[in-house]
Write a protein that binds this ligand. Structure first.
Ligand code: ADP
Ligand code: MG
Length: 367
């Protein structure tokens, strides 16, 4: 069953500097029951606004939202179910815990609001704290705890009402990298135990890849692509998704007679089959870790720069007047200035033409 459904959801804000900004633009989504689904995208792309509309903190400009099959926001009918009646748990980026309440009172709060009997509250808070590795800490105040522990209080408070859906808005962004990784596993574990559906918002691609069953990438309010992490990594539908899901090279090429050449130089082909397209100029997208660098065979280039990184060596290689980034094991290293040969695997092709989102991006950065 689809647990969360968004149909043509749009949100517009009117501001003095930008005029009307469409923060979320005709957003369609179906999240299945029990799924861990991530929203990935750069800052300002509309992730939080979408989440706030699902939670009921934000009105829609257009569209419909359903939770567990029931309508909760229907713009055309002015139907709107308040947040507390949507059956959601939520955790935000800032450690939103009440400093003047101890851990017990922080976590018990949503149950007290619902007038749950005191004995049951004690029982359920105890269980929630245990699941978040905070057992026995009922009387401690948040200010005596680390950021990671404070975020655990927020998690415990979110799960204490046994919600069907958890909305997590960059909950790990303020934690140090090691703790983030630990908490990723804890969130997955909680999901298995409580069997809730998760929407996890992040701007960190490895976090989204590690956690999600499926995910989407969005840009300037528009959903660019939806799929499993591997589908999105291996087959990004456009340049934006490609560059957002890992390091990317974009090389300007021209096609002629089934062959591929660097733009402006038809002397030697690049050694790959040309894509079937009506266009004569394309963008060749490659990942630095799929290009093979050697001394014998392939397209000739010159090493411009070598950087020794912990797990591999990175080279900037000049191909005509363009450069590509190549990552290779620490064997048979090349020196700067040395001639090398490159072999390309898994090329992905994009149109060389500017698309409409390039123009909108420029408009937003100009203001
Ligand atoms: P994200 O969470 O992906 O960083 P947001 O959803 O917070 O992005 O913001 C999306 C866009 O909507 C941004 O351009 C932001 O400036 C704008 N926006 C968000 N909230 C408001 C608001 N209350 N008033 C005006 N503009 C807003
Ligand atoms: Mg946000």
């Amino acid at each position: 069953m689809d647990q969360i459904v968004l149909k043509n959801v749009t949100k517009r804000f009117t501001t003095k500097t930008l005029g009307t900004v469409t923060a979320v633009d005709n957003f369609n989504l179906n999240v299945r029951e029990g799924e861990c689904f991530s929203f990935l995208g750069p800052s300002g792309c509309g992730k939080t606004t979408t989440l706030r509309m699902i939670a009921g903190f934000e009105d829609l400009s257009e569209g419909e939202i359903y939770l567990g099959g029931a309508p909760v926001s229907i713009r055309s009918r002015n139907l709107y179910v308040p947040p507390e009646d949507r059956g959601l748990g939520m955790v935000f980026q800032a450690f939103a815990v009440w400093p003047h309440m101890n851990i017990f009172d922080n976590v018990a709060y949503p149950l007290k609001v619902k007038k749950v009997p005191a004995a049951e509250i004690r029982e359920r808070v105890k269980k929630a704290l245990k699941h978040c590795s905070l057992d026995g800490m009922e009387k401690v105040f948040p200010s005596d705890l680390s950021g990671g522990q404070q975020q655990r209080i927020a998690l415990a408070r979110a799960i204490v009402t046994s919600p069907k859906v958890m909305l997590l808005d960059e909950p790990l962004s303020n934690l140090d990298p090691k703790l983030r990784e630990t908490m990723r596993f804890e969130i997955k574990k909680l999901q298995k135990e409580f069997n809730f559906t998760i929407i996890f918002v992040t701007h960190d691609q490895s976090e989204a890849m590690a956690l999600s069953d499926r995910m989407l990438v969005m840009d300037m309010g528009v959903v660019k692509q939806i799929g499993t992490p591997t589908e999105l990594y291996n087959n990004p539908t456009d340049k934006f998704v490609h560059s957002f899901l890992g390091q990317s090279n974009f090389t300007n090429v021209e096609l002629s007679g089934g062959r591929v050449y660097l733009k402006g130089d038809r002397s030697v082909p690049l050694g790959m089959e040309a894509p079937k397209t009506g266009e004569t100029e394309m963008l060749l997208a490659t990942r630095p870790n799929t290009i093979e660098i050697n001394r014998e065979e392939g397209f000739r280039g010159t090493v411009v720069k070598r950087v020794f990184l912990t797990d591999f060596t990175e080279y900037i290689v000049a191909l005509g007047d363009q450069t590509v980034r190549v990552q290779a094991p620490h064997r048979n290293m090349f020196r700067a200035g040395e001639t090398c040969y490159l072999r390309f695997a898994n090329p992905i092709w994009y149109s060389a033409k500017k698309d409409a989102s390039d123009a909108e991006r420029e408009r937003r950065t100009l203001v």
